[in-house]
Design a protein around this ligand. Structure first.
Ligand code: SAM
Length: 190
């Protein structure tokens, strides 16, 4: 397929936004796939901050980052992403160029622990204030589960009303796939 799938498209957006030496945030670390990806994009002079509420996620991700020898350029917090502003040092905000959220539950984990619209929107708002112009937030929205439907609607309606002078916001979605396929929302600060 020549049209990029949702996950490759999400990564392309982050590769475009981030350069070697930048700061990136993985707002939903889970098993650490995106954390590892971001650590490779920012390189050894950059840094990644990762957030997840589950101990299991932080442990698995730490193991993955250590195996790939990038753990020294990553700081993981076992807390909600709504804490981004208080936990990411102020002196690195000017280099905070990219962030990702994978909304939903941890694959292979506890399906009752899901991201929630209130904290997701709080984190998006905080990141937009912290980031320099051009900073990009990518959301991969999984909405097949009950809470996911509400989260999708709430976040889309929040972002659809966001002042276009403050951010470019796009939605990238396959419209003929079965079973509520995930889609991407990208927010670029302007
Ligand atoms: N990107 C991950 C990976 O590579 O495996 C998958 C993330 S999974 C879809 C969503 C994750 O968000 C879960 O691990 C869950 O524990 C976490 N989560 C739920 N609420 C959160 C919050 N308020 N802050 C940070 N993480 C949260």
């Amino acid at each position: 397929m020549k049209v990029l799938g949702v996950l490759p498209f999400a990564r392309l957006l982050l590769e475009n936004a981030l350069s070697e030496g930048d700061i990136a945030v993985d707002c939903t670390v889970g098993n650490g796939h995106d954390t590892l990806f971001l650590a490779n994009v920012v390189g050894e002079n950059g840094h990644v901050y990762g957030f997840d509420v589950q101990e299991q996620a932080i442990e698995k991700a730490t193991e993955k980052l250590t195996t790939h020898e990038v753990h020294e350029r990553v700081t993981l917090f076992q807390t909600g992403h709504e804490e981004v502003r208080s936990l990411i040092p102020k002196d690195v905000h000017s280099k905070l160029k990219g962030a990702i959220f994978n909304l939903g539950y941890l694959p292979g984990g506890d399906k009752t622990i899901v991201t929630r619209p209130t904290s997701t929107m709080a984190a998006i708002s905080a990141l937009l204030e912290m980031m320099p112009l051009g900073g990009t937030i990518v959301l991969v929205i999984y909405h097949g589960h009950e809470e996911g439907k509400v989260e999708k609607e709430t976040i889309l309606s929040f972002l659809e009303q966001y002042d276009q002078r403050l951010a470019h916001i796009l939605k990238y979605e396959f419209i003929n796939q079965a079973n509520n396929p995930p889609f991407v929302v990208a927010i670029e600060k302007r």
